[in-house]
Design a protein around this ligand. Structure first.
Ligand code: SAM
Length: 286
């Protein structure tokens, strides 16, 4: 297939198939030739590796993944792209497109059925309207995957990769860091896409941890504490936990004291270990 990063080639291809971009499906296709090879390389596509991609578009990243990995399985919701992909990916025997909504697919079963025996990574230019549900879903399901390398909005990249204890931290970044070691790999300008979105992007990689970095006692309690702590950004931890768990103020204060965490602190000042200490103290109470 001709150069899939070339705007003229893509326009011609899509016109021949009568394809019109769907904004609702987050269809901004990559047209910067340097981005997909870098994503595939840094995302770990290589011999012995099976890749799950989400959203093929015209297959520009799919092709780079297929050149390097043993197998690529791509979940694409838009059936109108199937004839386009049949044309652009015709040269690859190791690619399968699954026409489905990634939010409804049983990814564990898909991996077992189609990528058995391979080390598995996820690599995708995500549809931005469902970035968080996809990323959190991939992590929370504890899938047998080694890493998640995804293009997301620049602000989402900063939020998801924020270090607990810093101003950008939130419930999402604490969860991301609990399940993985996140890293911002490189920025991608809005001009790298067709059509061009209103925001810049960045590629991030989440290396999945085998073991959580802290002992939360009970995991459900840990995430209840984290969510409650970040529920009201300007309030103190004491107020947030008291309102969010919910607990009478005196009990919330006693809990924080047992955990060794200052009641006047704010959630964004806490490390994961401190959240874990509060979680353990709460679990002990039950
Ligand atoms: N990988 C291509 C690229 O880099 O040019 C396309 C990326 S585009 C940002 C997102 C893709 O995800 C589109 O092809 C869109 O149709 C697809 N998509 C949107 N929502 C989806 C969903 N719920 N499940 C699977 N694919 C989805």
């Amino acid at each position: 297939m001709e150069n899939l990063s070339n705007i003229g080639v893509i326009r011609d291809l899509l016109a021949r198939h009568g394809f019109r971009f769907s904004k609702a499906l987050g269809q901004n296709f990559l047209v910067n030739p340097t981005v997909c090879p870098r994503m595939a390389e840094q995302g770990g596509a290589g011999p012995g590796v099976g890749v799950i991609e989400i959203g093929a578009g015209v297959g520009v990243l799919t092709a780079e993944l297929a050149r390097r990995a043993d197998r690529v399985v791509c979940v694409e919701i838009d059936g109108r792209l199937l004839p386009v992909l049949a044309e652009t990916l015709a040269g690859f025997q190791n690619v399968e497109i699954v026409n489905a909504d990634v939010m409804k697919v049983d990814l564990r079963a898909l991996i077992a059925e189609k990528l058995g025996g391979l080390r598995v990574v996820v690599c995708a230019n995500l549809p931005y309207y469902i970035t968080s549900p996809i990323v959190m879903g991939l992590l929370e399901q504890r899938l047998p995957i080694e890493s998640v390398t995804v293009m997301v909005q620049k602000e989402a990249a900063q939020r998801l990769c924020a270090l607990p204890g810093t101003r950008e931290a939130g419930a999402g970044s604490c969860a991301v860091r609990y399940y993985s070691e996140p890293k911002v790999l490189f920025p991608v300008s809005r001009g790298s896409f067709l059509p061009s979105p209103d925001v810049d992007s960045a590629v991030i990689r989440l290396d999945i941890r085998r073991e959580p970095p802290v002992d939360p006692g009970d995991e459900k309690t840990f995430f209840r504490v984290v969510r409650a702590a970040f529920s009201m950004r300007r309030k103190t931890l004491l107020n947030c936990l008291s309102a969010g768990l919910p607990l009478p103020k005196e009990r919330a204060a006693a809990l924080l004291e047992r955990a060794g965490v200052p009641a006047g602190a704010r959630a964004e000042q806490l490390t994961l270990e401190q959240f874990a200490a509060v979680s353990r103290a709460l679990a002990e109470e039950a």
